[in-house]
Design a protein. Structure first.
Length: 306
């Protein structure tokens, strides 16, 4: 009995010390936890509730059930147009940005003097890409009297209405998104540096050329990095707002009327906060579906060493 009591006392003491350490950890986590609950979790739950209401921010929410969602898919032609335009933007911007970022990363993956300085300068546009100043600059560059048309005029090419023609406006926004390739490029560069040089040496001894090495060694070895950048780029593209809002205001003829821009206007211009909340949850569902499909499909093309 004495040994049993002694073991029980020791066990209680150990549990007490363990709980003390756990509570210390929870105490350090408390600021983040409060921020998550108050600024993230609660707004998400409340927005889900608002999506089933008619709410203008000036009156109390009025429960309308599925009315907002039914209106989106049956009566709101602007919703389908914005969704289609966003899909077009994603299908153009994400692949182009990935390809360009990978190309630049391969060029910067060299043992050249001053390479760190070059990488810094090339990364800088991505730090400024979403700012108002860059959007204004982009609008001036692609304006009817902008630098691009000035250069085209030197070669006798007629000025292109980049921002006022529905044919070219979305392409201009896509190019701005591609120009912000710095984050993807840095991640690609880290992946390239992790590839053992011995693989290239062995392939060279077997007679493999540069193109063969790229497709048979580089791409398979960085496929997890490609997958990460693809997911990251997809989520960002579906939420694209700044460029369409600051440069074209969704025009001309709604050619750049992206989903996030419509959501913003419904919430803060038309004050249809309940409808906008429903749009936000539809967007979450779309991004979630695309992400799930890519996670299912990645087993067919993503190579992991283990």
């Amino acid at each position: 009995m004495k040994n049993g009591n002694c073991k029980e006392v020791i066990s209680k003491e150990a549990r007490r010390k363990r709980w003390k350490k756990d509570w210390e950890g929870y105490l350090y986590m408390l600021p983040w936890l409060l921020g998550f609950l108050i600024l993230t979790a609660w707004p998400m739950v409340y927005s889900f509730y608002l999506s089933f209401t008619d709410y203008s921010m000036f009156t109390a929410p009025e429960w309308v059930g599925l009315k907002n969602y039914i209106k989106m898919f049956t009566r709101d032609r602007g919703f389908s147009k914005a969704l289609f335009t966003t899909f077009r933007f994603v299908l153009m911007a994400v692949p182009l940005k990935l390809v360009f970022a990978l190309f630049v990363a391969t060029r910067l993956n060299k043992a050249v003097r001053g390479m760190n300085l070059y990488r810094t300068f090339i990364y800088l546009p991505s730090l400024l890409g979403g700012s108002v100043a860059v959007a204004v600059l982009w609008r001036n560059i692609f304006g009817i009297d902008g630098y691009i048309n000035t250069i085209l005029g030197i070669f006798g090419i007629e000025a292109v209405k980049w921002l006022t023609s529905p044919k070219y406006a979305l392409t201009t926004i896509v190019l701005l998104n591609v120009w912000q390739f710095g984050s993807s490029m840095i991640i690609f560069l880290a992946g390239l540096k992790a590839i053992p040089n011995s693989l290239y040496e062995a392939a060279g001894m077997d007679g493999a050329g540069t193109v063969h090495k790229f497709f048979k060694i580089t791409l398979p070895m960085i496929s997890p990095v490609i997958f990460f950048n693809l997911i990251y780029g997809l989520i960002g593209a579906f939420q694209q707002f700044n460029s369409a809002f600051l440069i074209t205001k969704g025009g001309p003829a709604n050619a750049t009327y992206l989903y996030a821009l419509m959501l913003y206007e419904k919430a803060f211009t038309s004050y249809q906060m309940g409808y906008a909340a429903g749009m936000a949850w539809i967007l979450l569902g779309i991004v979630g579906c695309f992400t799930a499909v890519m996670f299912i499909g990645q087993k067919f093309w993503v190579f992991y060493e283990n």
